[in-house]
Design a protein around this ligand. Structure first.
Ligand SMILES: O=C(O)Cc1cc(O)ccc1O
Ligand SMILES: [Fe+2]
Length: 440
């Protein structure tokens, strides 16, 4: 199915100061100032702040909208209940087991939109003190109609696994395909359109924003390159129709009614923006000598905490690449980690677990819980001849890695769980031999 979304243009770059006006009103942006006494074309000026006004210049984020009506024109927010959703992780029973979920189900009947189809799997920290994460899945089959949402608590990083998403935002429109991701920052209003049955993963972070990781000795280029990030150009609709504005605020859901579309921004400028990124553009950097490098080499985006080098959440991918390490056990090592690791599979198979871990499913390896390659992977890869090989061809898996200790929600602790996951490792054999038992 094609639509206007297939013809969209984007602005290129990460963290730029962008400036854009809808083609129909090319002079919508005031020149040389933000708040003229009267804005061009009778528009209202409105600032959206993504960091404290006084944040250091390097991290300071805000954008200016020039819109038909300011966002404040709406009736009061009213709370509504949303099932199987939470940002409240206090008081949930801990569970240190390795967890794996079968593919999360797609809607069977009826219309389910993105907001209705969001479910929380796990998370940690909290929205009030503004330090934490939530991991959700979505499963929907209907576009949001006359309905926009914003996340009052944090940023959404959305990873579609099935079904392209047509996302309308205050900044303009974005088509997000499979093997692409989109980030919608805190407070940005958006509406998700679907082209069919859709499913994916959402990483939500509170109190921080996603940035590109430093490259250190890698140099000035590599991993996700800044110019491959795409931000929408301004686009507006001048529609006087009933619209619901959904606001997730302090982990609860609210709805306010208004009589016009919130997608009425005719021009905007700034550096606090939604963006998409095609994961196939990621330049993979890895060993060309020996040993398995830590997966941090695959970091696309990081949401830093205040502790140097330690993320509230990293978004890490495992893309197709060459494996050529000499005298090395090439798949991931067995390990125990002081970070929590949630993994998902967009397409294909994950090298350390060719069975059991399926596209649309997920796994959680909690803090310090041991994990690593399954029995079949260990036996194969400790004996294989070490030619250069393509790893993970036609595959894309990812990890949300967090310094937060996570709990699993009451919904996800029972639903769609692969209860036999631990058996992947039980058959690992003892290969140990004393020196005098070794073959000469
Ligand atoms: O657990 C996993 O599969 C993710 C992972 C991959 C890797 O290459 C090294 C460490 C790690 O945690
Ligand atoms: Fe791991």
């Amino acid at each position: 199915m094609s639509s206007e979304f297939d013809e969209l243009e984007y602005l290129s770059g990460f963290g730029n100061e962008f400036a854009t006006a809808d083609k129909r009103v090319p002079d919508a942006l005031p020149v040389g100032q933000n708040s003229p006494q009267v804005c061009p074309n009778g528009l209202y000026a409105e600032q959206l702040s993504g960091t404290a006004f006084t944040a250091p210049r390097l991290t300071n984020k805000r954008s200016w909208f020039y819109r038909i009506r300011p966002s404040v024109v709406h009736r009061p927010f009213k709370k509504f209940e949303k099932k199987n959703w939470t940002n409240d992780f206090a008081g949930i029973e801990p569970n240190p087991n390795q967890y794996r979920w079968n593919p999360f189900p797609l809607p069977e009947t009826g219309g389910v939109d993105f907001v209705e189809g969001l479910y929380t799997v796990c998370g940690g920290g909290d929205v009030i003190s503004r330090n934490g994460i939530s991991i959700h899945v979505y499963s929907c089959n209907e576009s949001m109609q006359n309905k926009a949402m914003y996340n009052g608590d944090g940023d959404f990083l959305i990873v579609p696994q099935q079904g392209e998403l047509e996302i309308t935002t205050e900044f303009g429109r974005i088509l997000v395909g499979i093997q692409e991701i989109v980030v919608i920052p805190q407070g940005v209003r958006f509406s998700v359109g679907v082209r069919g049955v859709s499913r994916g993963y959402v990483l939500e972070v509170f109190g921080t924003h996603f940035v590109l990781p430093d490259l250190g000795p890698i140099g000035a280029n590599g991993l996700a390159n800044a110019r491959d990030f795409q931000t929408p150009v301004a686009w507006f609709e001048d529609l006087d129709v009933p619209f619901a504005i959904i606001n997730k605020y302090q982990g609860s859901w609210f709805q306010a009614e208004q009589d016009h579309s919130p997608f009425d921004v005719v021009g905007w400028h700034g550096n606090y923006v939604p963006f998409k990124y095609d994961l196939r553009r990621f330049q993979v950097i890895n060993t060309v000598s020996f040993d398995h490098c830590d997966p941090s080499i695959f970091t696309v985006l990081t949401a830093p905490s205040l502790k140097p080098g330690t993320a509230v959440a990293d978004f890490v991918i495992f893309p197709p690449r060459w494996g050529c390490a000499d005298h090395t056990f090439r798949p991931p090592y067995y390990h125990r980690n002081c970070m929590s690791e949630y993994m998902g599979l967009i397409t294909g198979v994950y090298e350390a677990k060719e069975g059991g871990f399926k596209p649309g499913g997920g796994s959680l390896h909690p803090m310090m819980t041991p994990h690593g390659p399954d029995f079949a992977c260990f036996e194969k890869c400790s004996q294989e001849s070490l030619q250069p090989v393509r790893v993970a061809e036609n595959t894309m898996s990812f990890m949300f890695e967090s310094s937060l200790n996570m709990v699993i929600t009451p919904w996800a602790i029972h639903e769609h769980v692969d209860t036999g996951y631990y058996k992947d490792w039980l058959s690992l054999k003892k290969h140990f031999k004393l020196p005098n038992q070794q073959k000469k």
